[in-house]
Ligand binder design. Structure first.
Ligand SMILES: [Zn+2]
Length: 248
């Protein structure tokens, strides 16, 4: 991340100490890029695309949400679409029957940690604890461990990939398209941003709010009421990550 030293390192008359500061900034920049950019692969491979160009993989983070997820499930059912929910453990414990219903309707469920912290500077143990508690909540709701993991905010630490693989997870899932839908807003801007979605995309969306159990995400449901029939009319299949192997 930029610091004052980074901003000044372009000065031609750089004292030796500043050269070291510049090197540290460059390393810091690489770290930040690797930790925060969805396409970065330096901290290990991630999954960013659906299995083929005929598929769109919608993913919904930060739920389950009792005031939004049931409406979303009915809409998805109406269009025979299957998607993936990256759930937060504390919300699963508070709305376990809803998590059970998500799985019963054929959608995939992934681990989005227990309380949604940024994992960038967390220890290995803290990351494992966050994943364990979320896994336990999911297992008690649906009877099996999730295969997929998405880090909160998409922020990764250098050892997250190893932790996920060691636990037998199928992989860390990022995204190739998003709709900036994580704040309450009218549906129109979300509809407009989803115009960029192409076949083969994994799309980041939110049915929940990691801070609240029942955050307002109805703009997401309204945007999908618009887009689901259009995507299907254009010949795209809407599949969960469990339906075929996505590409790393
Ligand atoms: Zn999230």
């Amino acid at each position: 991340m930029p610091t004052e030293a980074c901003e000044n390192s372009e000065d031609m008359q750089v004292p030796t100490g500043w050269l070291a500061a510049g090197a540290a900034c460059a390393a810091g920049g690489t770290f930040a890029w690797s930790a925060m950019v969805p396409s970065a692969q330096l901290f290990g491979p991630t999954i960013r695309h659906a299995r083929d160009a005929k598929t769109i993989a919608l993913t919904f983070d930060d739920g389950p949400n009792p005031s939004v997820t049931p409406k979303l499930l009915r809409l998805l059912e109406k269009h025979d679409a299957r998607v993936t929910f990256f759930v937060v453990g504390k919300h699963v414990r508070a709305a376990a029957a809803l998590a059970t219903e998500i799985a019963a309707r054929g959608h995939a469920i992934g681990n989005h940690t227990d309380t949604h912290p940024s994992l960038i500077f967390r220890s290995r143990q803290e990351i494992a604890d966050q994943m364990d508690r979320c896994d336990e909540a999911i297992v008690s709701a649906i009877g099996r461990k999730p295969r997929w993991m998405r880090p909160p905010y998409g922020f990764r630490s250098p050892w997250l990939d190893r932790i996920v693989r060691k636990r037998g997870g199928a992989g860390i899932v990022m995204w190739s398209a998003m709709a900036r839908d994580w704040k309450p807003q009218p549906a129109e801007p979300v509809i407009r941003r989803l115009r960029r979605v192409r076949g083969g995309d994994i799309v980041l969306l939110h049915d929940g709010d990691h801070r609240l159990l029942d955050g307002d995400r109805m703009h997401v449901v309204a945007a999908l009421e618009y887009w689901l029939p259009r995507w299907q009319g254009a010949g795209f299949k809407l599949l969960s990550l469990d339906q075929g192997s996505p590409e790393r």
